[in-house]
Design a protein around this ligand. Structure first.
Ligand SMILES: NC(=O)c1ccc[n+]([C@@H]2O[C@H](COP(=O)([O-])OP(=O)(O)OC[C@H]3O[C@@H](n4cnc5c(N)ncnc54)[C@H](OP(=O)(O)O)[C@@H]3O)[C@@H](O)[C@H]2O)c1
Length: 378
């Protein structure tokens, strides 16, 4: 596939599971998703362990043979031919790795959760602004046509006044069997636990409707009340429930967990995992919250709603991570330093909410991954 458009030359920092999925999506022909104004190139990848690992990764994702393989992140950020770096390390490492990229003058797309705490997030945002670099949290779900459409219909008042939302993103795993105590999902040294890994999706869905589409004066940090149950072996959060009250008065109930799931049989038998409840009706989204393909609208008959019952299913031509990459392309092409769909200010408020949940429940990570000191070897 060749394109006459100026390429956006990506560097992939880390060679784990999501880096692979993202790089494969990046290499998909944009026309398969009806897009003709982007040109993504995988320029290089770096592994913290060896150049051979990076080489194997590039082969696995089908990158062109010209792509460079680096055995350290420092080499990647020094490559003058890389325009933007996708950071896909565990969240514990996001601050150090992203700071490395920004200090080297690189634009960054940073996996969720942005950092381990809001203080680190603020340092990165300030640094990107000071250096005139593009920075965005990889909240890929927001760029799905389905999510864009739901924000639009909610903003147009289709559901009436939104009074309440429930959002769940939980996996229902056999925790001890699936995750060794060193695994990033449960290991506090890697900022493990449900909140930062899965709960961010429950929070982002609620924020899209009760914060993002609201008038500016209503976009303030919500009141937060929360409970956490720790994972018995490591103390990371295993089950977390957050109640938020937004400036509109609307309530948002965000839940997440490792041991109980949003979709226990994988067949949607448990129903939707997200409910947007307005005075005219309710919009329900089926799991998984991070990669939704199906929703329905149910009228509120008690309030003589003129809404009609409707079910919508949308196909995704791939995993769906290319839409956020397309946003990066367009922002950088147009000289924008952040995305309107996930403004850095909103990322900071979501990080503050998660900080508050942790504070209310005494959940702290090791100092090495909470600090804003840089550089630190992790
Ligand atoms: N958007 C999504 O749908 C989605 C899905 C899953 C995960 N994520 C996010 O993506 C990030 C990575 O998740 P993942 O599932 O890809 O994790 P993973 O499979 O464990 O991969 C993480 C990679 O980070 C690098 N790394 C550097 N230092 C590390 C350390 N001390 N321990 C472990 N890995 C280290 C490793 O690659 P090299 O050292 O070879 O570079 C490793 O392969 C997390 O922030 C997670 O929240 C997003």
């Amino acid at each position: 596939m060749s394109s006459s458009l100026k390429p956006l030359r990506w560097g992939i920092l880390a060679t784990g599971g999501i880096a692979e999925t993202f790089a494969k999506d990046l290499l998909r022909d944009p026309s398969t998703r009806g897009v003709s104004d982007v040109n993504h190139v995988v320029q290089a990848a770096a592994s913290s362990t060896s150049a051979d690992r990076a080489k194997a990764f590039l082969k696995e994702v089908g990158a062109p043979s010209s792509a460079k393989a680096y055995g350290s992140y420092k080499e990647l950020v020094s490559d003058p031919d890389v325009d933007i770096i996708y950071v896909a390390t565990p969240h514990s490492h996001h601050y150090q790795n992203t700071r490395l990229c920004l200090e080297a003058g690189k634009n960054v797309l940073l996996e969720k959760s942005f950092t381990t705490n809001a203080e680190q997030a603020k340092v990165l945002v300030d640094l990107a602004r000071q250096k005139g670099l593009f920075l965005m949290e990889a909240q890929w779900t927001r760029y799905f046509p389905l999510a864009i459409n739901i924000r639009k219909l909610a903003a147009e008042g289709t559901l009436g006044d939104i009074k309440r939302m429930y959002a769940d993103n939980a996996f229902g795993d056999d925790v001890e069997k699936k995750f060794d105590v060193k695994h990033r999902m449960v290991n506090p040294d890697l900022a493990g636990g449900a909140l930062l890994d899965l709960g961010i999706y429950s929070i982002l869905w609620i924020f899209q409707l009760l914060y993002h589409i609201q008038p500016k004066d209503k976009r303030v940090k919500p009141k937060v009340s929360s409970i956490i149950t720790p994972e018995p072996r490591t103390g990371a959060d295993e089950c977390t429930t957050i109640i938020m009250q937004f400036a509109t008065g609307a309530h948002g109930i965000a839940t997440t967990g490792l041991r109980v799931g949003s979709d226990p049989d994988g067949k949607h038998s448990a129903g939707p995992s997200i409910k947007i409840q307005g005075t005219k009706g309710e919009l329900q989204i089926f799991p998984p919250a991070y990669r939704p393909t199906q929703y329905r609208i149910i009228p509120n008959v008690a309030q003589n709603s003129t809404l009609e019952y409707k079910e919508v299913t949308e196909d995704i031509p791939g995993h769906g991570m290319f839409w956020e990459a397309d946003e990066c392309y367009r922002c950088i092409r147009d000289g924008k330093k952040e995305s309107d769909t996930i403004p850095l200010e909103e990322t900071l408020v979501m990080m503050e909410v998660m900080d508050e949940v942790r504070k209310q429940n005494g959940l702290v990570y090791p100092e090495a991954i909470e600090t804003t000191d840089y550089p630190r070897d992790l």
